[in-house]
Write a protein that binds this ligand. Structure first.
Ligand code: SIN
Length: 310
């Protein structure tokens, strides 16, 4: 697990001079930094094609330190697909409903954003889980010159590959239930808060069932598709066995060899592939130390039901 992109290994630029940036792998199981591309400007279709390839290959892409207006983040994100609008509307950025705020800032007695201080996959609890997310650091908490509030990403593809063959075969045939409704109970228990989903929000997010293992439609790699935040049980398995198996998989996925930990700087943008990763915010700052991130979330471009493991 390293925190910075390793400068020693670079995929370089393709010959022909059509493209304009370098892809520098982090040296971890996942992640690469994109160097030399102005994402606030016009990004050519050739550059988007290369970025999409890098995204499929590395699962997490890091763009360092480019100040972005909300409209520029939305425009860049749209280069990868259509965007989701989150069900918790109070956290959407006024004037830019494609942007979901992740924040600890309180205004008029209310937090202005959500939080992800638990391992999860964004929107795994909907029938068509989103392809990925792009998170932009507007404000980061700094204490004694050190930026707090890292984000960890784990490769659920590398985690799957490292399981014993017999367990992989068993998991390939299993399905799991995902639920949004329980998340506030978990967050409230952590923080001593009392937020709940409204009846309307619950109605719009009924339980869904997904395969425990999916095959990525573009990389062809298999991945575990369960996460601590939103997976509640494995279908058709006694409760105690389901809990034991899920706990085992969660512990396995978090092993340091599968993790890239991003240390934020203001104006970093990090995008990740929800079909090959889990992630979590590490927290570690007080309520007074402001953190404000803007997240755009990509809709799936293929039906999730087609990501079957066989
Ligand atoms: C998220 O879970 O979408 C955000 C992660 C973070 O706040 O670092």
């Amino acid at each position: 697990m390293t925190q910075q992109a390793a400068p020693t290994r670079t995929a370089g630029r393709p010959s022909g001079g059509a493209s304009s940036f370098d892809i520098v792998p982090t040296g971890c199981a996942l992640g690469a930094e994109i160097v030399g591309l102005d994402i606030a400007g016009e990004v050519s279709s050739a550059d988007f094609a290369r970025l999409r390839q890098a995204y499929d290959e590395h699962s997490v892409l890091v763009f360092r330190g480019r100040a972005l207006q909300p409209a520029e983040q939305v425009a860049f994100s749209r280069g990868f697909g259509d965007l989701e609008r989150h069900v918790v509307e109070k956290y959407l950025l006024p004037g830019h409903p494609e942007i979901f705020r992740v924040s600890n800032i309180v205004e008029n007695g209310q937090r202005i954003g959500g939080s992800g201080e638990f391992w999860h996959t964004d929107l795994s609890y909907v029938a068509e889980p989103s392809r990925g997310s792009l998170l932009y650091a507007v404000e980061v908490p700094v204490r004694d010159g050190v930026v707090l509030g890292d984000t960890e990403f784990a490769s659920s593809a590398a985690a799957y590959d490292a399981l014993p063959a017999a367990l992989r075969r068993k998991l390939d045939d299993m399905q799991a239930v995902h639920r949004f409704g329980d998340i506030y109970a978990k967050v409230n228990a952590q923080r001593g808060t009392t937020t709940t989903l409204s009846d309307e929000q619950k109605k719009r997010t009924p339980d869904v069932v997904h395969p425990v293992v999916i095959r990525h439609p573009f990389s062809g790699r298999k991945s575990l598709f369960v996460n601590e935040g939103f997976t509640v049980s494995i279908l058709g398995v006694p409760e105690a066995e389901s809990t034991r198996l899920l706990e085992e998989l969660y512990a396995h996925c978090k092993r340091p060899e599968f993790v890239y930990r991003h240390k934020w700087q203001p104006h970093d943008l990090v995008m990740w592939d929800n079909w090959a990763t889990i992630h979590r915010a590490t927290g570690g700052y007080t309520a007074e130390e402001r953190r404000l991130m803007y997240r755009t979330t990509l809709q799936a471009s293929v039906p999730f039901g087609s990501l079957t493991p066989q």
